[in-house]
Design a protein around this ligand. Structure first.
Ligand SMILES: C[S@@+](CC[C@H](N)C(=O)[O-])C[C@H]1O[C@@H](n2cnc3c(N)ncnc32)[C@H](O)[C@@H]1O
Length: 269
């Protein structure tokens, strides 16, 4: 069995390998043309204009750019050096001033030199890469100023547990909803392409039930000020989903409204 450090290293290498694929497959022309990727309900939940905003697990920085365009003094942080390099290039192309920091989330306090933020924004495929959510929430609490806000919006564990191939009616589950420890995958696919990775195909992910997410946030001393289960998703999870524009998708007519994402808003006292 690999150590947590070895698993993190495999994940870092996998995310490095994904970068050239994602630079082609993320629909970046929309962003270059000034397009938005954050939903209106996200901006309604957090006030980023004129605030110090830290985007954890910022990948190639698409959402970081949107936060900056909305007035944030934005800092992005990611484990993958290739993601950080690509994010710097993309921000320059978009003419947006963003600072990027190369670090593991768990080492973020030190990597950011003890700086504190008004908002910590994260999600959209972030939490599943973290083995210990309680430790993550303690790091977030340390990164926030008094009165600062955590906004985490991620894929709903029910949707994560759903099978890729769905029957004509009903919902087929084939994955864990609850955390049973590290899950090893070996796949040349990413959500932006099938068979696109020639190397670094092994990853380790962790399922996190909603109870674990909420308990982590509350145990870190943060006050829960919002929790929403969303019937929209920033990824076409199932082929039948309806394109809502700006990178968002919803259920087609006549399909039961199950949650696709969830968001947690919490404040530091
Ligand atoms: C699905 S992406 C996040 C997507 C991002 N929200 C976006 O809009 O593109 C997951 C990111 O988490 C990063 N990551 C995974 N484990 C991490 C860790 N322990 N610390 C920091 N970043 C990590 C990966 O390098 C990757 O860039």
């Amino acid at each position: 069995m690999e150590s947590i450090g070895e698993m993190m290293e495999a994940n870092r290498s996998n995310w490095d390998a994904r970068v050239p694929v994602h630079l082609r497959g993320y629909g970046l022309d929309h962003l270059r043309a000034g397009g938005q990727r954050l939903a209106a309900f996200e901006y309604a939940a957090i006030d980023v204009d004129g605030r110090d905003v830290l985007h954890l697990q910022s990948h190639i920085g698409t959402d970081t750019i949107c936060l900056a365009r909305h007035g944030a003094r934005a800092v992005g942080l990611d484990l993958s050096g290739a993601s950080i390099a690509a994010a710097r290039g993309l921000a320059a192309e978009c003419g947006v001033d963003i600072e990027y920091v190369h670090s593991d989330v768990y080492a973020a306090v030190k990597a950011l030199g003890g700086r504190r933020f008004d908002v910590v924004y994260t999600g959209k495929g972030a939490l599943c890469w973290l083995p210990d959510l309680h430790r993550w929430a303690r790091v977030v609490a340390e990164l926030l100023r008094p009165g600062g806000v955590l906004y985490a919006i991620d894929f709903h564990p029910l949707m994560q547990a759903a099978a890729d191939e769905q029957p004509a009616t009903g919902l087929l589950l084939d994955g864990n909803y609850l955390n049973t420890g590290a899950e090893r995958y070996d796949s040349p696919d990413t959500y932006a392409g099938v068979g696109v990775l020639a190397e670094s195909t092994v990853t380790y992910e962790w399922a996190h039930g909603l109870d674990e997410v909420l308990d982590a946030v509350l145990s870190a001393g943060l006050r829960l000020t919002g929790f929403v289960e969303h019937d929209v998703c920033c990824w076409r999870r199932f082929p039948s989903m309806t394109d809502l524009g700006d990178g968002w998708f919803g259920w087609p007519e006549g399909v039961p409204r199950l949650p696709l994402m969830f968001s947690v808003r919490a404040e530091k006292a």
